[in-house]
Design a binder for this molecule. Structure first.
Ligand code: GLU
Length: 493
């Protein structure tokens, strides 16, 4: 453990849509920093200029904001170690790459891409691992410098020791020893002057005083090189933690692009933008991803604040986690139940507006207690409660016919109910229920038959929130209109 002030970072490449892997790579360093009173920053790694886009950066920032993972330093808010966008730090990487050349840990390489391709093909033919063959390692430093100064196209490569081994420690997996002979002279600075990840991330993590590098396990194989780079500079080594991989829902094999497309077909997604659209809450999503790689009890329901309190980096686990959408639904529904009524009302409102339904705040506040327990995703509010805001409902005529009855008797029942309800000054729950129950008693029909007809007539659906509470919210006038329309339908059958 380090004695330096805790500083962690999320360092995404803005090359695509923000997904749960990014979200988890942001969550853990955020939790660590908040738990220990440290600093969490956002650094945009946009050195792959072909694939990086401003839209992707925007989506990353919006995603973090949606999740509530507030960073203390970042490209849009600045900070003492900026700039926080790597393409704005070119001069820094250039300077540090050359420091390594001067100290003998790196060398300019003038090999053309054709030559490199040729070596690669030969190595492939001989079933060898592709790697640089070392030709430019032996160019005398003054010759190399002269060639660089004359403008000859070059990259800068790390001069990997040929002998010995390196031991790099991953917090989750322990020490890993690698023979240097198996490592490549990796490119640190490309011919366009931009750094590769290997140089840029190590330089930035040092200059930004990062104490813990928490990142995806795809970087585990590069850790020996990174430790070499850090040691070549003589810098203090941060703690490295490589997160577990996500597996397919079946648990067999890594989650693939195809799995993500499949998920979308049944109303799930691994992209934050879609998840928001599908009615997932940040609380539900965070709880779900938090448990995929953090060894707390599987079913633990936690808000972000509770996660901050409980977080311990030593409990991160390297075991792969299968993406289980049923668990996501469970956490989402659970967190929806924990929201206050005004909060939930505000969160479902946009879904009604998107349907063209003018959901007013007063009505929303009344509806929320009736539907809260039924919502798995926020957009379920449409299926359960759109009828409150529609001008008319359009029941399926067959649904108006109660079990074991014909259309004519159902029309009679509906007329009787209209008579009772229209005699009441208001349809408050307290006023409407007793006379209706008395009618059921006297009619000889079952409550399921009678109230079934009323429910379908008034809400347009066979399953609805509690009927009398719903009628009170809809109001006398609309309830009577809908009952009238149902009688018409029944009489035409
Ligand atoms: N830009 C790298 C990525 O998106 C960052 C990895 C890291 O956190 O260092 O995978």
């Amino acid at each position: 453990m380090t004695s330096r002030p805790i500083r962690t970072r999320f360092a995404p490449s803005p090359t695509g849509r923000i997904h749960i892997g990014n979200a988890r790579s942001a969550l853990y360093p955020f939790l660590l920093a908040r738990h220990l009173g440290g600093t969490f920053l956002l650094r945009i790694e946009d050195t792959d200029q072909k694939r990086s886009t401003p839209e992707a950066e925007k989506e990353l920032i919006e995603g973090l904001r949606w999740l509530g993972l507030k960073y203390d330093e970042g490209p849009d808010i600045g900070g003492p170690h900026g700039p926080y966008r790597q393409t704005e730090r070119r001069a820094i990487y250039h300077e540090y790459a050359w420091k390594l050349v001067v100290s003998g840990h790196a060398f300019p390489c003038f090999c053309t891409s054709q030559r490199l391709e040729q070596i690669r093909q030969e190595q492939q033919k001989n079933k060898q691992n592709p790697r640089y063959d070392g030709v430019c390692r032996n160019i005398a430093p003054e010759d190399a410098r002269r060639r660089v100064e004359s403008g000859e196209r070059h990259v800068i490569r790390f001069k990997m020791p040929k002998e010995g081994s390196i031991t790099a420690t991953d917090l989750l997996r322990g020490p890993i020893t690698t023979e240097n002979a198996s490592l490549d002279d990796s490119v640190l600075l490309k011919s366009d002057g931009l750094p590769t990840y290997h140089l840029a991330a190590m330089v930035d993590d040092h200059l930004m005083q990062i104490t813990h590098i928490i990142r995806g396990s795809e970087w585990l194989p590069s850790m020996p090189l990174h430790i070499h780079v850090i040691r070549a500079f003589g810098w203090e080594e941060p703690v490295f933690a490589h997160l577990s991989v996500f597996l397919k829902p079946s648990g067999k094999g890594k989650l693939s692009k195809r799995d993500k497309d499949e998920a979308m077909k049944d109303g799930h997604s691994t992209f934050l933008g879609d998840m928001k659209e599908l009615g997932y809450t940040p609380e539900g999503v965070l709880n779900w991803i938090a448990l995929m790689g953090w060894g707390v009890a599987d079913g633990d329901v936690m808000t972000l604040d509770q996660m901050i309190q409980r977080f311990n980096i030593d409990n991160l686990t390297p075991s792969p986690a299968a993406v289980n959408f049923q668990k996501l639904d469970h956490f989402n529904a659970t967190h929806i139940r924990l929201l206050t009524t005004p909060d939930l009302a505000a969160r479902i409102k946009p879904y009604f507006l998107k349907e063209g339904l003018e959901a007013d705040n007063d009505t929303l506040l009344k509806i929320v207690p009736l539907i809260r327990e039924r919502l798995v995703t926020l957009d379920d509010c449409i299926a359960f409660a759109a009828f409150f805001f529609r001008e008319n409902v359009e029941p399926n005529p067959a649904d108006l016919i109660a079990k074991d009855l014909d259309a004519a008797s159902c029309a009679q029942i509906a007329k009787k109910m209209r008579e009772i309800l229209s005699s009441l000054p208001s349809l408050s729950h307290a006023e409407a229920e007793p006379p209706m129950r008395a009618y059921v008693e006297s009619s000889g029909y079952s409550p399921a038959q009678v109230f079934g007809i009323l429910r379908v007539a008034v809400t347009g659906q066979k399953v609805s929130p509690p009927l009398f509470e719903s009628m009170e919210i809809i109001g006398r006038e609309k309830v009577l209109e809908r009952l009238e329309a149902a009688i018409d339908l029944l009489e035409k059958m």
